[in-house]
Design a binder for this molecule. Structure first.
Ligand code: TMP
Length: 238
């Protein structure tokens, strides 16, 4: 199989059908934009499980995604998309780089969710970029920015509810989007505690990658807890 992309936590291979891609999850955890790396046994399997649960659930509530099926513990078959090189972050509470940038305590609830764009470029450390810059640089049109922003907010709203039922606060989340063969912008990549912040509703314990970033204890114990809770909520909805 031809490797078409190798990221920090995933490798993509072209499948025989040109419209499909094999997404292989890896155990690698990174922080500081890849400067700190560690292999964490079990992470690939947990992220595949969690991302599969979430993407199947999103499809069931009417959100078009890249996901086709999970075919192995650490593998999914997904639709081929022309990825838009943006990290689209939606924040519901103050945390991480947002807390730092504005000198705020973590945890404050924002009066409404806010959307931020970061250019996906490791060499440049994924710089923050606004719509005016994106359109001036011809990276994307204003209309596409609006579509992405609306979609990100809509998916965030749905996920807030799903995680709430699982006893989790969705603090913030990063999405990636791409264009399918008909030119529609749809949700791609993965959704797991690697790319969102999830706090326990009662204790506010962090159950996401901040455990790795900030040396707060076992990553896989937390991811297992997230997987178990999501599984129970989704099974109950069926
Ligand atoms: P930040 O507060 O560090 O900007 O992160 C915001 C959210 O985006 C958080 O849920 C983690 C996620 N994220 C990624 O998935 N990949 C990244 O490279 C970064 C910087 C953040």
């Amino acid at each position: 199989m031809k490797k078409i992309y190798e990221g920090k936590a995933k490798i993509l291979y072209q499948l025989e059908d040109p419209e499909t891609i094999l997404m292989v999850f890896t155990n690698q955890a990174t922080a500081l934009n890849g400067k700190r790396k560690e292999d964490i046994a079990g992470k690939a399997i947990l992220n595949t499980q969690i991302s599969t649960l979430i993407f199947e659930w999103l499809e069931s509530v009417g959100i078009a995604t890249q996901f086709i099926k999970k075919i192995d513990d650490d593998r999914q078959v997904v639709k081929r998309l022309e990825m838009i090189p943006l990290e689209v972050v939606v924040r519901n509470r103050v945390a991480g780089s947002f807390a730092k940038r504005f000198g705020l305590e973590e945890g404050g609830v924002l009066s409404k969710p806010t959307v931020e764009f970061f250019l996906k470029d490791d060499e440049l450390d994924d710089p923050f970029v606004n719509v005016s810059q994106l359109t001036s640089l011809n990276k994307i049109t204003e209309e596409e920015c609006q579509t992405i922003s609306d979609l990100a907010l809509k998916i965030n709203d749905k996920l807030i509810q799903l995680f709430d039922e699982a006893g989790l606060i969705l603090v913030d989340i990063k999405f990636e989007f791409g264009k399918d063969s008909s030119g529609n912008i749809i949700l791609g990549d993965e959704i797991s505690p690697d790319n969102c912040r999830l706090w326990d509703k009662v204790t506010e314990e962090k159950l996401d990658k901040d455990r790795f970033r900030r040396h707060l204890g076992s990553l896989t114990d937390a991811y297992e807890e997230v997987s178990k809770r999501l599984d129970a909520v989704i099974a109950h909805q069926k």
